[in-house]
Design a binder for this molecule. Structure first.
Ligand code: NAD
Ligand code: SER
Length: 322
């Protein structure tokens, strides 16, 4: 939903979620009303139809100037470092994920912006119940990414209750998509496996075959994001920490599902440093609060997602864009 007649800014718009979300926002509200931004400035062909501003979210004056100049009323704040890259660069991960979010929240407070700030299943840790992880539970993550996401949730809650900022967010599970590759997370194997199955018929997976994590197909994630942003504020008891569930499967089950379509597909499992992060996260999520407060229901299951992913990637391969 757009606040009044003002425009929308997407930070981190060149990433896995940002490219798809920007396109959908432009489809709904018009190309000119959705400003994409990112620290990187090589805009992919699908996003050249609307405005783009190069922006580092750590540069608060530049961010504030863009929000003023572009007449922004709503920000989808997607700029972040993900879990695997975050473990390689923990200090930078803190700066981008926490200082960057703090900049956005401060500007939102001063300019009365509506905000979407995603969280992650990474807020949970080894002491959290792993099956049907409840909405309210132990948040003691062991990755720097998880630490920044818990901090982010609490910051958002503080700005919502202390200053009345309308900030909303979802603890996304691992997201699977066919357009922009993921940016360095632990759940990236569940995307790479599809790309490599189509490209060359084999994949070496960096977690064990029995690793089960919560996942979601991108069309469901985009629908959830826009549904939460459109929900009446008076209906929401939570703000930026909604549990959200769709799928839970092991890496081995995913390989077997792909093999139903591509019988010659070979997958081997060679766990590396990602395994410890994966083992600290839940297997499945209880999303009762999202269902009750804003009507969330997933549409895709493992079979329908796999069919759609393989069809989309095969089409990209035919067009020469894979
Ligand atoms: P991504 O890594 O694909 O994209 C992040 C984008 O942020 C990149 O384009 C990067 O260039 C940009 N960026 C990095 N540092 C920046 C800075 N200082 N200033 C401006 N831009 C900067 O990530 P994504 O998967 O699109 O994730 C978006 C959000 O969703 C993040 O908050 C992430 O934690 C969250 N999330 C994603 C997933 C998932 O599976 N993709 C799951 C849970 C939560
Ligand atoms: N998909 C993300 C990651 O693996 C979860 O937040 O980092």
């Amino acid at each position: 939903m757009v606040a009044g007649s003002k425009r929308i800014l997407v930070t981190g718009a060149l990433g896995q979620i940002g490219t798809v979300l920007t396109l959908e926002l432009r489809r709904r509200y018009g190309d000119d009303r959705v400003v994409a931004s990112d620290k990187r400035s090589q805009v992919p062909p699908e996003l050249v139809g609307g405005p783009f501003v190069p922006l580092d979210v750590l540069d608060r004056p530049a961010l504030e100037e863009a929000i003023r100049d572009q007449d922004i009323g709503t920000v989808y704040h997607l700029a972040a470092l993900l879990s695997a890259v975050g473990e390689q660069h923990p200090q930078l991960c803190w700066r981008v994920n926490v200082d960057g979010l703090y900049n956005v929240l401060e500007i939102a407070r001063q300019h009365d912006l509506r905000l979407f700030c995603p969280s992650s299943i990474a807020v949970f840790g080894p002491e959290t119940p792993r099956e049907q992880t409840p909405q309210e539970t132990i948040l003691r993550p062991t990755s720097m990414y998880g630490v920044t996401k818990v901090t982010g949730e609490r910051l958002c809650e503080y700005y919502a209750t202390r200053y009345g900022v309308d900030v909303r967010g979802i603890r996304y599970p691992g997201l699977i998509s066919s357009e922009t590759p993921p940016g360095g997370g632990t759940t990236d194997y569940a995307v790479e496996i599809f790309y490599e199955a189509v490209r060359c018929g084999r994949y070496t997976c960096f977690v064990r075959a029995d690793t089960v994590l919560p996942m979601m197909y991108m069309p469901d994630a985009i629908r959830a994001t826009l549904q939460l942003m459109a929900a009446p504020r008076s209906e929401l008891r939570h703000h930026a920490d909604f549990n959200l569930a769709a799928l839970s499967f092991s890496a081995g089950e995913l390989a077997a599902e792909i093999r139903k379509h591509l019988p010659g597909f070979e997958c081997t499992f060679v766990p590396d440093y990602h395994q410890a992060i994966a083992d600290s996260w839940p297997c499945s999520i209880d999303d009762t609060a999202a269902r009750a407060e804003w009507g969330w229901r997933p549409e895709y299951d493992l079979a329908t997602m796999t069919t759609d992913m393989l069809a989309k990637l095969a089409e990209r391969q035919r067009r020469g864009t894979l």
